[in-house]
Ligand binder design. Structure first.
Ligand SMILES: [Zn+2]
Length: 359
């Protein structure tokens, strides 16, 4: 894949990934964009030790494209978008209103002189990935070759963001559907480079470490072997990947897509594993969209190893889940989930698996 890095009018980076090695990407961004002023701050919750990012500048967006103009479509005559070129295969650019960014000038401090509440610049990077130039497509409608290209782009960005100063963990994800709060319908995902190891990853590493001390093996490796042996919750199985409903699923629809080999992140996948992922994931998405006979709103979240720590304890996997518990009913994160982080699921994982397997 050919990779061409350019700059947008306000200095943000845009990177074209082309299957045609002869493709030239030299169209200038002629828009009159306001200067960027990343002002993100993060504060540490003194009771949980977890960071909260404050992105107040996201509330006062000065540049808004007209409603009929999708900012993720290629540019046309007199219709400039975030992508200056008239077409693209896969394109990545820096988010205009990032939660985490480079070049934040604020220093480390405490909030109102409270020594227990640390405040730090939210250093990192947030990127948007457009999976295809086709506005009316979706990830599940991409060809295997297109999905493979997206995997290569995720791998490239995982390495690039991992090498970015201050980034400790790279998170590739897709929010799909209005029920998830998506306002742009163009098929796209996001990549966050966080300046810390996320709470969920920290917890999974701690559990993996304890499990290894007791059993001498990796907890996800053992789960994978047991799920494949039983087959009860397996939805799709291929030579390099298995997609199954986790035995303790939290969501009314949930599946984990796990490589058979322990790898820390997307960049460590072989060509065969990447090709095979495309086929496996497309089959899973086909079944998920068939569940309620409508495009399923979902979140697809890649769990990767942190950049510097716990890499030997990590096992890459994709978690795909939906808030939709019937064709028109949403699961809300109410008291138990939001207040105590204890999930109550109305559907058993075996029921979810049976429905996905029947499609
Ligand atoms: Zn579009």
């Amino acid at each position: 894949m050919k990779r061409t890095a350019r700059k947008l009018a306000d200095g943000r980076e845009i990177i074209y990934f082309d299957s045609d090695p002869a493709k030239v990407r030299d169209v200038e961004d002629t828009r009159d964009l306001p200067a960027r002023s990343p002002a993100s701050e993060m504060r540490r919750d003194p009771l949980t030790g977890e960071w909260v990012a404050l992105a107040a500048h996201r509330q006062t967006r000065t540049y808004k494209p007209p409603a009929e103009l999708c900012p993720l479509c290629p540019s046309g005559p007199g219709r400039p978008t975030e992508i200056p070129e008239p077409d693209y295969d896969v394109v990545v650019f820096e988010n205009q209103f990032p939660s985490f960014a480079q070049g934040i000038t604020a220093g480390s401090d405490t909030v109102d002189g409270m020594p227990m509440v640390a405040s730090e610049p939210a250093t990192g990077r947030c990127e948007v990935v457009c999976f295809t130039s086709d506005h009316n497509s979706s990830f599940g409608e991409l060809s295997r070759q297109q999905v493979r290209a997206v995997v290569d782009v995720w791998a490239d960005r995982t390495e690039a963001l991992g090498a970015t100063p201050g980034v400790e963990q790279v998170f590739c994800f897709e929010n799909r559907g209005e029920e998830i709060g998506v306002t742009l319908h163009h098929p796209h995902g996001q990549i966050y480079g966080y300046p810390f190891v996320t709470p969920r990853t920290e917890k999974m590493l701690r559990v993996a470490e304890e499990y290894r001390a007791e059993h001498g093996s990796h907890v996800l490796g053992d789960v994978l072997a047991a799920e494949r042996a039983s087959g009860r919750r397996v939805v799709v199985e291929s030579s390099h990947w298995t997609a199954f409903v986790p035995a303790a699923a939290r969501w009314p629809v949930e599946a984990h897509v796990v490589p058979h080999r322990q790898v820390p992140d997307l960049a460590a996948l072989t060509d065969d594993e990447r090709d095979d992922f495309a086929a496996t994931y497309l089959e899973l998405l086909r079944r998920m969209d068939g569940l309620y006979d409508r495009p399923l709103p979902y979140i697809a979240a890649w769990h990767q190893a942190p950049v510097r720590t716990g890499r030997d304890l990590s096992w890459l996997h994709l978690q795909v889940f939906s808030v939709l518990r019937s064709a028109d009913k949403l699961k809300f994160l109410a008291g138990s989930e939001s207040g105590m982080a204890v999930w109550i699921n109305d559907v058993t994982p075996e029921q979810i698996a049976d429905r996905l397997r029947a499609l």
